[in-house]
Design a protein around this ligand. Sequence first.
Ligand SMILES: *Cc1c(COP(=O)(O)O)cnc(C)c1O
Ligand SMILES: [Zn+2]
Length: 414
Amino acid sequence: MTTLLDRTSFGAAANLVCRECGATYALGPGNACEQCFGPLEIGYDDSRLAQVTRDSIEAGPRTMWRYGGLLPVSPVVDLQVGCTRLVRADNLARELGMNSLWVKDDSGNPTHSFKDRVVAVAASAARTLGFSVLSCASTGNLANAVAAAAARAGMRSVVFIPHDLEAGKVVTTAVYGGTLVAVEGNYDDVNRLCAEVSGEQDDWAFVNVNVRPFYAEGSKTVGYEIAEQLGWRLPSQVVVPVASGALLTKVDKAWREFSSLGLVEPSPYRVFGAQATGCSPVSAAFKAGHDVVAPVRPSTIAKSLAIGNPADGIYALDVVRRTGGAIADVSDDQIVEGIRLLARTEGIFAETAGGVTVATLRALLASGQLDPAEETVILNTGDGLKTLDAVAPVAKPTATIAPSLAAFRAAGVA
Ligand SMILES: *Cc1c(COP(=O)(O)O)cnc(C)c1O
Ligand SMILES: [Zn+2]
């Protein structure tokens, strides 16, 4: 594909840089280094980044694009994503014996998960690079976000999902009218297939394959928002659910950028990762002290996190170890308990990934790895309405009664 690129559309982005060997490439599609096959990420022009100030951010829209000066593309596809609520969780903190706890609730995004952020950047980059088809391999939430963004942008979407995905994620993708392909395999099979398809369909933008460097940068806005919402400062601890590991690494990147640009006073923080035991390759590597992540075959109700071969796993390990955090994992029963605990104490209904995070917070407190006295932010990345099956067996009417006062009295619910 040949496209004449207008450099101003790419904001402060300067090039693509290999994370492993530092080789640089012109901005464009691509996610692997031609020298060493390492992953590519966006390189920025530092003097352009330095123009971003608290005032310039505060003068921006009440969406993630208020941080546009720190993102690699202009918002050509915009569903008004981001600026989700940061909720003080005093009830949950009390229950867990903590001093200060916040929930960053990304279920409030247009398609009810944090994936709208990565897709906003990927879709804008795809459009700017001249693609007219938006595609992805998805564990569910990405499917929703890609289909909705493509609809909004007038692009075609072709979304690939594992065939056994939750109904709440299939319906909420198909409704946007794009092409939805259910693949008889798990996410890692779907992802492998998409890598092959993208070789053939090089005029399709696979948001998490050939425009992945742009995609991943969208996750930084979670970190930026937390810092701004705390009054331009960083918390001491953060707990992040881990699928590919990209979100975890980008929260850290956001806080390092804010610190080096003088947007917050630099202060130490520890980054913690949360996984489901049924798909915990990064947690297993952390516990074993390994630098490599051995792939696993996922089996967990937390399907949105069920990536057995996580692309950014080793970089997530780096961030956790460098900041003095940890990665832990929790069982499916604990995930359900985590969902119920957050709902019961704070009135927030998380999807399974949020249950993983709450339950992992509890596990990290029990093991003494996370400090209950230090200010902590946990991420709820998705909406419980999409994963009703997880809690349906334990979330039922207290009583079912005849419409009479006698029946009400007899039910003993007064
Ligand atoms: C995709 C996803 C994550 C994690 O994303 P990665 O960047 O791949 O680690 C977390 N929570 C939910 C709900 C997701 O859909
Ligand atoms: Zn390289």
